[in-house]
Write a protein that binds this ligand. Structure first.
Ligand code: IPM
Ligand code: MG
Length: 374
């Protein structure tokens, strides 16, 4: 029996292209793993009215971790139109499978490293090396939303003084998306940011919120951050509002080590941070729970490039690196990181985003060659 069982979920569009690259890399490394292919994405939404079929959830529950490609998602009305005719008007509602997996398997931590590889022509600066810790199941992503607003919800909210200005709005003209934080969720993400900082000799953890306006949720996050900072005297806690953080990340990204934020703010700043080191082609992420984790590039499925092996597979290969790290295969993870760095530095074999003409597969083959040289 193989040492690891890994769920293999390519998803849509270029998800398949980059997962083929991941396979090339894993086969060379010779990871002792069995890969179990799972159905996920748009095709299954159209055919079955469910982009995350139960059989796929079963696979996730029976494996050690998951590699995930990319997913197509469209707004509600468009999604409805593309549903198979026999499934129309049967009450199927599209929801994002990746958000669903995070919730179902309680993958509470999203970790997104943004490191400028030496020689990457797309770097904004060469000395950027930060990691975003994003709370991954709560906040605006918890899915507690109302439209139209049910009577009982409206009545309960009307006990709040600030609701008075909405008192004459018809319930169908009101939409509410809640932002729910738990103390446990705040503590967990902040602790992990500090633990990471300690382990990797980082000097600061920056908590990115907006407590001057969103007093209760952001406020809880900041209060918990201060307490946890007290237990970690060697690491500075910096507090920044999310809007200012966007400005600082453009102005002085090299100053930051570890950023920690709630779900939606983490989503936003991680795209900004990714662009500073070459864009989504370089942005990998780990969705990590207590006993299971899913690794994915943060880019989308880019349907227009599907099957062309055109997109940069670096984010996917870095996701493999994060997975190896999480599995405890530290030596291979480190070697893979070095191999990726060499290919970027040499700048010989590169995809179109870097001004090259090579295919994704050629980039993967090159990484593999460098890996074997190490
Ligand atoms: C991400 C993505 C997802 C998110 C989308 C695809 C639902 O933007 O992983 O950052 O919003 O979390
Ligand atoms: Mg995002």
């Amino acid at each position: 029996m193989a040492k690891y069982k890994i769920a293999w979920l390519p998803g849509d569009g270029v998800g398949n292209d980059v997962m083929d690259c991941a396979k090339i890399v894993l086969d060379t490394i010779g990871l002792d793993a069995e890969y179990i292919l799972g159905d996920v994405g748009w095709e299954f939404w159209k055919k079955e009215g469910n982009p995350l079929p139960d059989r796929t959830i079963k696979i996730l529950k029976e494996t050690d971790c998951c590699l995930f490609g990319a997913i197509t998602s469209k707004p509600k009305d468009e999604a409805q139109k593309e549903l198979a005719p026999e499934l129309q008007d049967k009450g199927f509602v599209y929801s994002s499978p990746i958000v669903g997996i995070r919730q179902l398997l309680n993958l509470h931590t999203n970790m997104r490293p943004c490191k400028a590889f030496e020689g990457n022509a797309l770097n904004y600066r060469d000395d950027i090396d930060l990691v975003v810790f994003r709370e991954n199941t709560e906040g605006l992503y918890a899915g507690v939303e109302f439209h139209p607003v049910p009577d009982e919800v409206f009545k309960a909210l009307m006990t709040h003084n600030k609701m008075k200005k909405f008192k004459n709005v018809p319930l169908d003209d009101l939409a509410i998306s809640t932002r729910i934080f738990t103390r446990k969720g705040c503590q967990s993400i902040i602790r992990q940011a500090f633990e990471y900082a300690k382990k990797h000799n980082r000097k600061s953890v920056t908590v990115v919120e907006k407590p001057n306006v969103i007093r209760e949720t952001s406020g809880m996050m900041i209060r918990e951050a201060r307490k946890i900072a007290n237990d970690n005297p060697g690491i500075e806690l910096w507090e920044t509002n999310v809007d200012a953080m966007c400005m600082w990340l453009v102005k002085n990204p090299q100053d930051y080590d570890v950023l920690v934020a709630s779900n939606m703010f983490g989503d936003i700043i991680s795209d900004l941070a990714a662009q500073l080191v070459g864009g989504l082609g370089f942005a990998a992420s780990g969705n990590i729970g207590d006993n299971f984790a899913l690794f994915e590039p943060t880019h989308g499925s880019a349907p227009k490039y599907a099957g062309q092996y055109k997109v940069n597979p670096t984010a996917m290969i870095q996701s493999v690196k994060l997975m190896l790290d999480w599995l405890g295969e530290k030596e291979d993870a480190e070697k893979l990181d070095q191999a990726i760095a060499k290919v970027i530095k040499e700048s010989r074999i590169k995809t179109y985003d870097l001004g090259g003409r090579n295919t994704s597969l050629e980039v993967a083959e090159e990484v593999v060659k460098r890996f074997e040289d190490l």
